[in-house]
Design a protein around this ligand. Sequence first.
Ligand code: NDP
Length: 254
Amino acid sequence: MGRLSEKTVLVTGGSRGIGKSISLRLAREGALVAVHYGHDPVAAKETVAEIEAAGGQAFAFRAELGVPGDAAALWAAFDTALAARGAGPGLDILVNNAGITLPKMISDVTEEDYDRVFAVNVKAPFFVIQQGLERLRDGGRIINISSGVTRIAFPHIAAYAMTKGALDTLTLTLAHQLGPRGITVNAVAPGIVETEINPTLQDPQTRTRLAALSAFNRIGQPADIADIVAFVASDDARWVTGQHLDATGGSFLG
Ligand code: NDP
């Protein structure tokens, strides 16, 4: 019996990158994992296949985030897919992981850029949570994937950093509201992690420079983050709520 057997988990953007690793890890703990994706069904199918090959349970479902009505569409697709598996309604753990970056200095950010990054990274999780609260069982978990850039200044991703700051504030506020239901709400904040969101890591010089930001002198891997999420999702973390968990591998310690 895994720590999450009998639990249903939804990981937004659970198909690729950090989200994929979270999906695999939570499935290994025994959860039924709803692997959400937006545009890449092949990656989502592969993630589900990997989970099933390892003896876990998962299904994929699509909903584009950052467009009007996205949260309602996501929950409708989730409800349908869950029912199609014969699983009971509702869920225990919601991981708001899907996100996009915006690698621009403040001077280069257009209104369109700004609206887009806020639509996907802030508005979508806000309404996904709002409309998910009736489905989330008491004693559950909300885990928001934030970023170390809410604590460390990175001017070349100013608007993106602001979106994650908003998510941290939502985390704190909701933790206060949902405590009486035994639901914990926490933010896990990665530093630089090796995923497709960071194409500059292909350049050896950039890679060396960015690795040196961590006390461990290496680039973070998706599993480094997934293991922390697994702890926050578990009963072991029942007394931790409203927190920003630094998962930057000790970046900028001094
Ligand atoms: P990836 O680009 O590797 O994966 C993003 C995931 O989100 C994919 O599953 C993608 O699915 C989904 N997604 C993106 N946009 C949308 C959309 N509009 N609608 C629906 N789904 C969408 O990103 P990472 O794994 O690197 O990042 C995951 C989270 O971690 C993000 O919130 C990011 O901000 C955060 N983070 C990442 C860091 C890093 O260095 N990698 C550092 C700090 C935080 P699909 O392709 O099907 O659309």
